[in-house]
Design a protein around this ligand. Structure first.
Ligand SMILES: NC(=O)C1=CN([C@@H]2O[C@H](COP(=O)(O)OP(=O)(O)OC[C@H]3O[C@@H](n4cnc5c(N)ncnc54)[C@H](O)[C@@H]3O)[C@@H](O)[C@H]2O)C=CC1
Ligand SMILES: O=C(O)CCC(=O)N[C@@H](CCC(=O)O)C(=O)O
Length: 487
């Protein structure tokens, strides 16, 4: 099976065989062989060869190809949404929103490029100061499985726009979405070699990250892998590394007037995408006392009724499956481990159908757990911590190595001001769900969530480097010479 797209040709893999499965039915969605180290190398060389001509094209020419890509995405949107659903288990309504985000990324990236990294100039007394931006060269893009279309696209579109050539290594759990996306680029007329696709698991990623031929690596994925890459790139200031990693995101609930609005917002924050968004609320901070007890009772009652099902089930479920049986098993074990450590299951997360990666929402009260685990559980498992006093809530919210997203549900503007000032995260929301960040804003975290290279609207910043010039069409002597020099 031809699975890799290198130098404008599809070719079969020479590495390990692997397949992607529908997480609910376990049916094979895609299979093939991963790229060998030699194939990764040829993909990097193809990108290197294609880079100069692509970078020399005018910005308008590159934009035209990108806009055509948006057109081809729209034309294939049903097929793409279905494939996202099949490979990830995400309900069709949600997969369709992912394709829309991919389409919208083009116009947003163009706007961002012009605003943040375009050409700017200003007159000086005897010259012109010009600021331009140049592409880095060949960049590797690593994607996660949870948004197999939208998140790699969030690196690829701005990278190509800036004039880079790309080698794309998608998640091994979602190869078919990557293949379809690359086909859309080909149909849009992207020249051969400018975007290359190498499929495969860890070994393919290791080979690509270690390639001497890349000038940068843009990664979205787990903190564990991101940290490995960070160590690997240490001492390499010549290569740009952008890391978008996970979080252990707190959502603080203050005593609010509209209890149902709070419950709905918590559900959208914790359980959308079956809890598989990096921005999902993982820790829910609830005040001690009767009001907090009432909120939790209502949250548990409503969460117990959430419809969970296969991606194409009708009527549509709110939550699809998690990515795999292995992931489901890992999450169930994590729940059991927390219960063993003293957590109280307010709503037990269960696997309702054997051999299907469907999980129901889980809510654990971990207040009594002595040493809470600061880890991201990437699924529908929400940990509740009761707090006494708003200062204590903020301290608890910040009690994590991560710093991606933090939210406050409160009727008090004053409390939000305090939360905004004191919380440590790249996304801080007020009375809004934590998930669903806008592509028109920067997207990134501090602490263990990233390396200060925010993506989305600020992706333009890591896709090009600034070149500052002082320019004068004629060379002439200044009116006054510096002391000590005579001509
Ligand atoms: N901050 C952000 O923007 C986002 C972060 N994420 C995070 O991504 C994670 C889920 O995605 P996963 O696919 O599980 O991440 P992952 O880290 O397992 O994999 C990401 C990519 O890295 C590759 N890879 C794995 N080990 C490697 C190694 N040693 N060297 C080179 N490449 C390697 C994988 O094959 C895949 O292409 C969650 O932790 C989530 O929070 C997901 C979406 C957005
Ligand atoms: O990257 C963008 O264009 C905006 C950020 C975004 O789409 N965030 C989503 C996905 C979160 C995740 O990566 O898991 C969100 O906040 O829901």
């Amino acid at each position: 099976m031809t699975t890799h797209y290198i130098a404008g040709n599809w070719q079969a893999g020479q590495g390990e065989a692997f397949d992607s499965l529908n997480p609910v039915t376990q049916a094979v969605v895609w299979n093939g062989q991963g790229a060998s180290a030699a194939q990764v190398d040829s993909a990097v060389q193809a990108a290197r060869a294609a880079f100069p001509a692509w970078a020399r094209r005018s910005l308008e020419e590159r934009i035209a190809v990108l806009e055509q890509f948006a057109v081809t995405l729209k034309a294939h949107s049903d097929e793409l949404a279905r494939t996202i659903g099949e490979e990830t288990g995400k309900p069709l309504w949600e997969s369709a929103t992912e394709v829309t985000s991919m389409v919208n990324k083009v116009a947003i990236s163009v706007q961002s490029y012009r605003e943040r990294t375009g050409i700017k100039s200003g007159p000086l007394a005897d010259a012109t100061a010009v600021l331009r931006h140049k592409p880095h060269g060949v960049v590797a893009v690593f994607g996660p499985y949870n948004f197999p279309g939208h998140l790699p696209n969030g690196h690829i579109v701005p990278a190509l726009l800036a004039g880079n050539a790309v080698v794309f290594k998608p998640s091994e759990l979602t190869p078919k979405v990557a293949e379809l996306t690359v086909k859309c680029w080909i149909e849009a007329g992207l020249p051969a070699g400018v975007l290359n696709l190498v499929q495969g698991a860890r070994e393919t990623g290791v080979a690509l990250a270690a390639s001497a031929g890349i000038d940068g690596l843009f990664f979205t994925g787990s903190s564990r892998t991101g940290n490995l890459l960070h160590s690997q790139f240490a001492g390499r200031p010549d290569k740009i590394l952008a890391l978008e990693m996970g979080g252990n995101n707190p959502l603080v609930v203050d005593q609010v007037a509209d209890l149902d609005a709070a419950v709905y917002t918590i559900i959208q924050s914790a359980f959308i995408s079956a809890g598989q968004r990096c921005t999902c609320a993982r820790r829910l901070l609830v005040p001690v006392g009767a009001w907090g007890d009432g909120l939790l009772a209502r949250l548990v009652a409503v969460s117990a009724t959430i419809k969970v099902g296969a991606f194409d089930e009708q009527p549509a479920p709110f939550m699809g499956s998690v990515i795999s049986l292995t992931a489901a098993e890992h999450l169930l074990k994590a729940q059991q481990h927390l219960v063993d450590k003293g957590a109280v299951a307010l709503l037990e997360m269960i696997q309702p159908v054997p051999n299907a990666a469907l999980l129901t929402p889980g809510i654990l009260d971990v207040t009594a757990v002595a040493e809470r685990i600061d880890e991201e559980f990437f699924g529908p498992l929400l940990q509740v911590i009761r707090y006494d006093g708003f200062d204590a809530a903020i301290a608890e919210a910040n009690n994590t190595q991560y710093g991606l997203a933090a939210g406050l549900l409160s009727d008090s503007a004053e409390r939000y001001q305090q939360f905004l000032v004191e919380s440590r995260a790249g996304i801080v929301n007020w009375n809004k769900q934590l998930t669903g960040a806008a592509s028109s804003a920067p997207f990134g975290g501090v602490g263990a969530s990233g390396n200060h290279r925010a993506s989305a609207y600020y992706a333009a910043d890591y896709c090009a480097y600034p070149v500052a010039s002082l320019e004068s069409e004629t060379l002439s002597l200044p009116a006054t010479l510096t002391p000590g020099v005579s001509l």
